[in-house]
Design a protein around this ligand. Structure first.
Ligand code: AMP
Length: 577
């Protein structure tokens, strides 16, 4: 396919803010997609790989500016000036390339295949001369591109496509493309309309489940084109990460029992980070975080624990990794070990300094078979039989099964005394629902008002914080995936790094993500997620979300979380009510 065709689609999507319209446009496009061009689906997502892949294009704005300079002959300084004015490097690329094109007569058309080919080479490059090679690959594309094409090439490279298409829209478009109304699969005597809506519900669910199991819209698209039966055949694959089930909040033990029934399982809610442990049929072990980043290289000791303590051919196990002090062996909070998620050097030293213990809490796949549909009680008992526990290495989550409120209360107190966050409360008979925030797994924490939000803007400080970002605009997400501001936080951070998360450290994380500067204000690409503690929520016309947090305080950066983990407007409205 010509890249121009895809560019037209991008434009069309960008110009139409309504999600319904976007679904229609996208579905019309998908109907025309040839077998040979299916990877275009990744490009629509602004990527070159499926969602489960840990490969990120991760091209900095700085490198794109250099490539633009190489392709246009303009100096980097002029391009930066331009960028400051427009706040969108994509638009800058469009204008520059358009101007240049007036002076050149002919260039070859680029295809989506060529774009994919070049951008897929980028993360593979390593070692000497990497920057130059990357520059050549990017400027090769820019030189043949039209202005419009350059705009979207640059936006894809920096990971900010701005066409407002979240995964829900892609899912709905696939459904719209392939769901056939009036199909008489079901022979019941219901009127046609009712039957259609029931069948559509089933098809929608099958598409969603297929995506949750695979995190790969290309595969889902292919199977959906062949009908619901093919979609249902999609299996979990222990080589690929699966989207994990998420929890809802409980207000109390009593509320927990009310919602999941009696008896219920209570487990420690460990204060660590989620680790998905996958072992495939060939025996290869892969570890993933909650946002599906692969972290196997960072935790070689965990691979060893798994080999020594879990005897099974293949499996997918869910766990929480928690830190402990190597001397006193006392458990430590998440922030003490969070750096291990990203640090790839001096691993052996880190294993000694910041050791972790794995606490497994669910199993979803065992020896070639999916266990998703088994009741929770059966799954945990299978898991518990499989693991040879060893304190400070790997063990099963601390759990009781009870109908007794007093017993559950005592267990809750014990969890807090052991420095953990609280309890998880689980329905014994429910199946596992990948990717869903479900009512059969609840979390109970002391009544601290807490939200995970993304930083979308910030302001430089004055005086001693001159040159450092000191106030941070926080956003939640609505159902359509739009980011909505809900408050500004300027406390909780430390002046000095030794004391915890500092202003400087957060500034360093945010500066590469700045997309626009105006005086002391900067706009920031949503990526850095922080945990906020606040006093209460008010209605407020000041922010787009319609709410404002009172006294928000930043506690930690959640490097393990992805944008789908941040607080949703609906949950905030619930908390408010
Ligand atoms: P939250 O991050 O507050 O939404 O709480 C859900 C998280 O608690 C999960 O994503 C897990 O990382 C974590 N967690 C800790 N202990 C458990 C447990 N025993 N069962 C399930 N999740 C747990």
């Amino acid at each position: 396919m010509d890249y121009q065709t895809l560019t037209n689609l991008y434009e069309n999507l960008e110009e139409n803010p309504s999600r319904l319209k976007k679904t229609e446009i996208l579905s019309d496009f998908l109907k025309t997609l040839k077998k040979d061009d299916l990877e275009t689906i990744y490009l629509i997502q602004g990527k070159a790989y499926p969602d489960y892949s840990e490969k990120e294009l991760g091209i900095s704005e700085k490198l794109c500016i250099k490539a633009l300079s190489k392709a246009s002959g303009l100096s980097s300084d002029i391009i930066i000036e331009h960028w400051k004015k427009l706040g969108d490097l994509g638009k800058v690329a469009e204008q520059i390339i358009n101007k240049k094109k007036q002076n050149t007569l002919f260039s070859e058309k680029i295809t989506t295949k060529k774009v994919l080919e070049n951008i897929k080479k980028l993360p593979e490059l390593e070692g000497k001369g990497t920057v130059d090679k990357k520059l050549s690959l990017i400027s090769e594309l820019l030189t043949s591109a039209s202005g419009k094409e350059a705009k979207y090439i640059i936006r894809t490279l920096i990971g900010d496509l701005r066409i407002g298409v979240a995964s829900g829209t892609i899912r709905d478009s696939i459904i719209k493309t392939f769901f056939k109304a009036n199909s008489r699969e079901d022979t019941s005597k219901k009127p046609l309309g009712v039957l259609d809506s029931e069948n559509k519900k089933k098809f929608t669910q099958a598409v969603q489940e297929a995506y949750d199991k695979t995190s790969d819209f290309l595969l889902v698209f292919e199977k959906a084109s062949r009908g619901i039966k093919e979609l249902k055949k999609i299996k979990l694959n222990p080589g690929h990460p699966m989207r994990q089930m998420l929890a809802l909040k409980a207000d109390s033990i009593e509320d927990g029992f009310k919602r999941v029934g009696k008896p219920a399982a209570f487990e420690y809610k460990y204060d660590g980070f989620r680790m998905l442990i996958n072992k495939d049929d060939k025996g290869e072990i892969k570890l993933f975080t909650r946002r599906l980043d692969e972290v196997t290289k960072q935790f070689p000791e965990v691979v060893q624990y798994i080999n020594e303590h879990i005897k099974a051919k293949s499996f997918i196990i869910e766990s929480e990794a928690i830190g402990f002090d190597p001397k006193t062996k006392k458990y430590k909070p998440f922030e003490a070990i969070s750096q291990r998620i990203r640090r790839k050097h001096n691993i052996n030293q880190l294993i000694k300094q910041l050791p972790i213990e794995i606490n497994t809490f669910d199993i979803l796949y065992l020896n070639g078979k999916s266990l998703l549909e088994l009741p929770f009680k059966k799954r945990t008992s299978l898991m518990r039989k499989l693991i040879k526990p060893y304190k400070h290495k790997i063990r099963c989550s601390h759990q009781i099964i009870t109908s007794n409120e007093k017993e559950a209360q005592d267990f809750y107190k014990e969890a807090l005394k052991d420095n953990q966050e609280g309890l998880m409360i689980k329905n014994l008979t429910s199946e596992y629902s990948p990717g869903a925030r479900v009512g059969h797994m609840l979390k109970l924490k002391p009544a601290e008002n807490e939200l995970d939000l993304v930083i979308t803007a910030a302001e430089y400080g004055k005086g001693k914080r001159f040159g450092i970002l000191s106030s941070f605009t926080l956003s939640c997400k609505d159902e359509q995936g739009n980011f909505l501001e809900i408050g500004k936080a300027s406390t909780g951070l430390k002046e000095k790094e030794e004391l915890g998360l500092s202003y400087q450290e957060l500034t360093n994380k945010l500066l590469p993500l700045v997309t626009k500067e105006s005086g002391r204000q900067v706009t920031i690409k949503p990526k850095i997620i922080v945990r906020i503690i606040y006093q209460n929520i008010q209605r407020s016309p000041t922010y787009k979300s319609g709410f404002a947090l009172r006294f928000p305080r930043i506690t930690i950066v959640r490097d393990d979380m992805g944008l789908h983990d941040i607080a949703k407007l609906k949950e905030i409205a619930n908390d408010y009510n």
